[in-house]
Design a protein around this ligand. Structure first.
Ligand SMILES: [Zn+2]
Length: 460
């Protein structure tokens, strides 16, 4: 995963009931001028126009998507119809305001020009402008994506030349260059700007604060990479290297890979390579991780931690350290979700050696005790795979084989390991669980000393 990909905030949403996006959006749509985030110049001008009763008959809201154009159009509709306007601001509680808010005001006509651009639709729409409003003081036409109108402009222009007193047109567009100059000259134009990160953060804070929650948005670069996915009990959990004043372990879950729920980060910075076990062990959730520093850490051991609720982590245990003079001499980190076998948890992990040309990432295997996984039953002293073909040796980060997922088919004994090569492509490696276990069994004895001697032997 590229670090510049989606960067979740660190909102503590663990306790939030999963709510559809739309509901949240509707619930938090700004209802008054005062609730609009950003667009200060636009809001001030419109509010003054309402206060002094000098609102134009044709308004054009220009700006990117999501800048509040239609929200503000509805607020204008309220402001010119509310009997209790105070300082240009509608009360948002009277019958007119609530009818507009709920979308049941007959005199507020919203249309999307992207789907209604035929001359007949426009003619019908404009014929109705001459009839008096049915329950409000003034009719408000809100036309979204107005630049998409292709055939109705002539009729519209006539109406805009001499509009009835009881009508206000609010045109919204993402592309004003597509609108005819004749129309532009007959409307008052308002330009909406994109919200800054601070403004979005402020808005998010208010939304979360209303539910007694908090959010924190970090500026600039955020770590968001190296995800691991684990099926645990009834859902998919994702752990990844998240950014929170430095890299640490993010935790979230999903049922469908469309809606994601983020829990608190598991640890303080700095930490990487957090991997959940696929079931509770001794009643507790369990995770492997690798405490690190803020850079390209030149050290790293694998640790084990427990949690009763996937939020509070403790009972940390040391699992494994790098091994001098081997492919895993600089640092090691857990790879895919540990695989449960009768002999123990099969852990595929990456190990790094520092060569005269930088880090070299390879993958190896270890076997951890089923009930006390911080105890290493066996450990491979040879790598399973190291960067040896061009796509593993050449890329954004040279000489990297980095395992992050594994699928096992118990019936055929086959294991498929997904690994990143040179931080550029994702690769698959196939093998057999029984063969890896056999090699671990063989290597857990005097073989280790032999391997170390081999590494020491001078050339020739
Ligand atoms: Zn009102």
């Amino acid at each position: 995963m590229n670090p510049s990909d989606s960067q979740p905030s660190n909102a503590s949403l663990a306790d939030a009931a999963p709510a559809p996006h739309r509901a949240l959006y509707r619930r938090w749509r700004a209802q008054t001028f005062g609730e609009i985030v950003g667009q200060e110049a636009v809001v001030t001008t419109l509010r003054n126009a309402v206060r002094t009763n000098r609102l134009a008959h044709g308004l054009l809201f220009v700006g990117p998507r999501g800048t509040g154009k239609t929200s503000l159009a509805r607020i204008v509709a309220k402001a010119i119809n509310c009997p209790n306007v105070h300082d240009g601001e509608p009360d948002d509680t009277c019958e007119a305001c609530t009818a507009i808010r709920d979308g049941r005001a007959l005199d507020v006509i919203e249309m999307d020009a992207a789907s209604n651009n035929k001359v007949d639709d426009m003619r019908e729409l404009l014929e109705r402008t001459w009839t008096a409003p049915s329950d409000l003081k003034r009719k408000v036409y809100i036309v979204d994506e107005v630049q998409r109108i292709k055939e109705g402009w002539d009729v519209l222009l006539k109406t805009l030349e001499e509009p009835p007193d009881h009508v206000v047109f609010i045109f919204c567009t993402t592309d004003a260059s597509q609108i005819r100059p004749a129309v532009l000259s007959r409307v008052q134009r308002f330009d909406f700007t994109r919200l800054s990160v601070e403004q979005i953060a402020g808005k998010l804070d208010r939304i979360l604060a209303a539910d007694g929650r908090t959010a924190e948005i970090q500026h600039g670069f955020e770590h968001a990479y190296d995800p691991r996915v684990t099926w645990l009990e009834d859902r998919w959990y994702i752990t990844w290297c998240n950014g929170y004043h430095g890299p640490t372990i993010g935790v979230g879950y999903t049922f469908d890979f469309e809606t994601f729920h983020q829990l608190d980060n598991a640890f303080l910075p700095f930490n990487r390579n957090g991997v959940l076990f696929p079931r509770r062990i001794g009643g507790a959730y369990a995770m492997l991780s690798r405490p690190s520093d803020n850079g390209h850490t030149a050290f790293g051991d694998i640790f084990y931690s427990e949690s009763p609720d996937l939020v509070h982590w403790g009972r940390h245990r040391h699992v494994m350290a790098p091994e001098a003079w081997t492919w895993q001499s600089t640092k090691i980190g857990a790879g895919p979700t540990p695989i449960e076998t009768p002999e123990g948890w099969l852990l595929i992990y990456h190990g790094v050696l520092t060569s005269c040309n930088g880090f070299v990432y390879s993958m190896g295997a270890a076997l951890l005790d089923l009930d006390e996984p911080w105890k290493v039953v066996a450990r491979g002293h040879d790598y399973l795979l190291s960067p040896q073909v061009p796509y593993e040796q050449v890329g954004d980060v040279p000489n990297v084989v980095f395992p992050c997922a594994a699928l096992v088919d118990p019936a055929s004994d086959r294991i498929t390991i997904y690994y990143g090569a040179a931080d550029t492509v994702t690769c698959l490696a196939h093998g057999y669980v029984s063969e890896i276990l056999a090699s671990l069994r063989k290597e857990s004895g005097p073989q280790r000393i032999h391997a170390l001697c081999e590494a020491w032997r001078p050339p020739g």
